[in-house]
Design a protein around this ligand. Structure first.
Ligand code: MRU
Length: 353
């Protein structure tokens, strides 16, 4: 089967001539700019500042970031090199806490290193490079499979709502939540996508509506507080969102506001699907209550771009994610098919660590 690509869109993470380049997503939709990453600190800052964001994309960036971080340590002894890798991986992992893919990818890189103890540092670096490439390639295959499994949920004439950006920009290619939309579109189906703008950082406005528009889909940008009214007017038939971590019982962490959309969908009896690769499942976290939610700077809420919109000194809450309890989820679309409740059992049965 031929690989499906979206030639209109840039890659979020690129490994070229032994260098790591990240698309600076904070500049979108105004500018498409790849930025070379020259140190572990720069990669850490890029992840923290959301230059690269989206759960699978930060996993891939972390894996390649470990190669960037490893380069200055090549002169160490082999044992010391391994220790340095571990330290650098812990450092990169500390950049953002909620998306499990970052931790998963770095653990996978360290496992590869452990398995190859005794190899020269140069050989180790080559093996780790191959592992990072494999993580990226496998993510692309998973996203395409998510698209194939999910595309028939989208029928001619439907309205599909999504929140934040779980598209091509958030992964290696195609996306998770957006992959079924891209494949349904490529199959010639006509439908409308509604993109929540996703305050405070506007991933829906800046990224989702941009990438869908670039790829030729029929997309309408709405403010977050419009979703309920759109549902009541009968404009939304289906919701698909991505996720940063799925707990063992099927509770799902995703961008703040996802929970509200799920509650609205249940009230209007609209199916609510979550799409993710298996690398986003975390069976070591029993329920959503145990998922660490990243808290971000107050300025993201008190300012709209450069302009202050909240009073000086105001108290602010800025959790980057919320948890949608599994009872509100109709199905979880993965590379292995669509899983139905009870997720604790259905997902576990298909999971191979
Ligand atoms: O803060 P962000 O932009 O990294 O948040 C991203 C999301 O919440 C996405 O929906 C999630 O990571 C899934 S990406 C395929």
């Amino acid at each position: 089967m031929e690989q499906i690509n979206l030639p209109q869109l840039p890659l979020s993470v690129e490994w070229k001539e032994e260098n790591l380049f990240l698309l600076d997503q904070t500049l979108l939709p105004l500018e498409v700019k790849m930025e070379r990453q020259d140190s572990a600190q720069q990669v850490w800052d890029s992840i923290k500042a959301l230059k690269v964001r989206g759960a699978p994309a930060i996993g891939i960036a972390g894996a390649f970031g470990l190669l960037v971080a490893a380069k200055p340590h090549l002169e160490l002894s082999e044992a010391e090199f391994l220790q340095a890798l571990k330290k650098e991986a812990d450092f990169l992992d500390s950049s953002r806490p909620t998306a499990v893919n970052l931790h998963w990818a770095l653990e996978r890189m360290l496992k590869k290193a452990q398995e190859n103890q005794g190899k020269s540092n140069e050989e180790m670096l080559r093996l780790l490079r191959d592992e990072a490439v494999a993580i990226q390639v496998e993510d692309g295959q998973a996203c395409e499979a998510i698209g194939r499994h999910g595309q028939d949920l989208i029928q001619e004439g439907m309205g599909v709502l999504t929140h934040c950006n779980a598209g091509h920009l958030a992964v290696s290619r195609l996306g998770t939540a957006l992959a079924p939309m891209y494949l349904a579109h490529l199959a010639g189906r006509k439908f409308k996508v509604y993109a929540d703008e996703t305050r405070p950082l506007l991933q829906g406005a800046r990224l989702t509506s941009w990438e869908l528009q670039q790829a030729g889909l029929d997309v309408t940008l709405i403010c977050d507080n419009m979703a309920g009214a759109m549902m009541r007017q009968g404009k939304i038939d289906l919701v698909i969102v991505g996720t940063d971590r799925v707990a063992a019982n099927g509770d799902v962490a995703n961008k703040i506001g996802t929970y509200s959309v799920a509650v609205l969908a249940q009230h209007h009896q609209i199916p609510f699907y979550v799409a993710c690769p298996f690398s986003t499942l975390d069976f070591s976290t029993p329920t959503g209550k145990e998922i660490v939610i990243e808290q971000r700077e107050a300025e993201e809420v008190t300012q709209f771009g450069e302009r202050r919109t909240g009073p000086v000194g105001i108290q602010v809450a800025n959790p980057a994610f919320d948890v949608t309890p599994h009872e509100l989820i109709t199905g979880i679309i993965t590379e292995k098919g669509i899983f139905r409740p009870p997720f604790g059992q259905s997902l576990k049965a298909a999971y191979q660590p």
